[in-house]
Design a protein around this ligand. Structure first.
Ligand SMILES: Nc1ncnc2c1ncn2[C@@H]1O[C@H](COP(=O)(O)OP(=O)(O)OP(=O)(O)O)[C@@H](O)[C@H]1O
Length: 195
């Protein structure tokens, strides 16, 4: 499912993972995030083998690997509160931080909607907000551009670039040249596995 590949992402840099459909971008990201075990080889994050059960790793690593789990009776705002409380965020500043992240992603007006009341692109932006709202020094993002129009892709690209500038390490699978060019420092191109 994934041709042999070896890559290193240096701290504070973004590696774009590119390649045609089916070349294994999602598989690689899932393995890096510990969501899937590799059939061979290993992944190390900061020198330690990946173990999704490790609370230390989970505190460091945020992943966008498909749609997030949602509570149908919580609003977008309440989902962010939940994430923040789970990771020990400061309740005194959370309201302001929620406004910032949602406004930054152009969905400030949707804070009081249930997630089920969002369009598919708005849902994608809400999922990105949830990932950006948690502490992470490594972000593993699988095609964050999905279902976004060109303006929103540019907004997301700038926000992700800001995170990298601020020191976050990033592994970014993308088909979008805007994201790759704006955010990535380096590129890994996957080739089809031999049949
Ligand atoms: N659940 C699964 N069971 C079996 N094979 C799978 C499964 N998910 C993916 N594959 C196969 O693994 C290979 C890599 O798939 P993967 O989803 O990682 O590719 P991708 O590069 O992310 O593709 P895309 O650009 O279409 O998102 C493909 O050949 C795919 O058919």
């Amino acid at each position: 499912m994934l041709a042999p590949v070896s890559a290193t992402v240096e701290p504070g840099r973004c590696l774009a993972v590119r390649g045609d459909n089916g070349t294994g971008k999602t598989t690689l990201l899932r393995v890096v995030a510990g969501a899937q075990a590799p059939s061979a080889g290993e992944v190390r994050v900061a020198g330690t083998r990946v173990d999704a059960r490790s609370s230390g790793l989970r505190r460091r690593l945020g992943g966008l690997l498909g749609p997030s789990a949602i509570y149908p009776d919580l609003t977008v705002y309440e989902h962010l509160l939940l994430v923040d409380a789970s990771w020990g965020g400061d309740p005194a500043t959370v309201e302001q931080r929620v406004d910032e992240v949602l406004d930054g992603l152009t969905i400030g007006g949707l804070a009081d909607r249930f997630v089920t009341e969002l369009s598919s692109g708005q849902r994608q932006l809400a999922d990105i907000a949830l990932v950006l709202f948690r502490p992470a020094d490594l972000l593993v993002l699988d095609e964050p551009e999905q279902r976004l129009d060109e303006d929103r892709r540019r907004v997301v690209a700038e926000l992700l670039r800001e995170r990298v500038r601020a020191g976050t390490t990033m592994l970014l699978a993308t088909h979008d040249p805007i994201l790759a060019e704006t955010v990535a420092d380096d590129e890994l191109v996957l080739r089809p596995a031999e049949a």
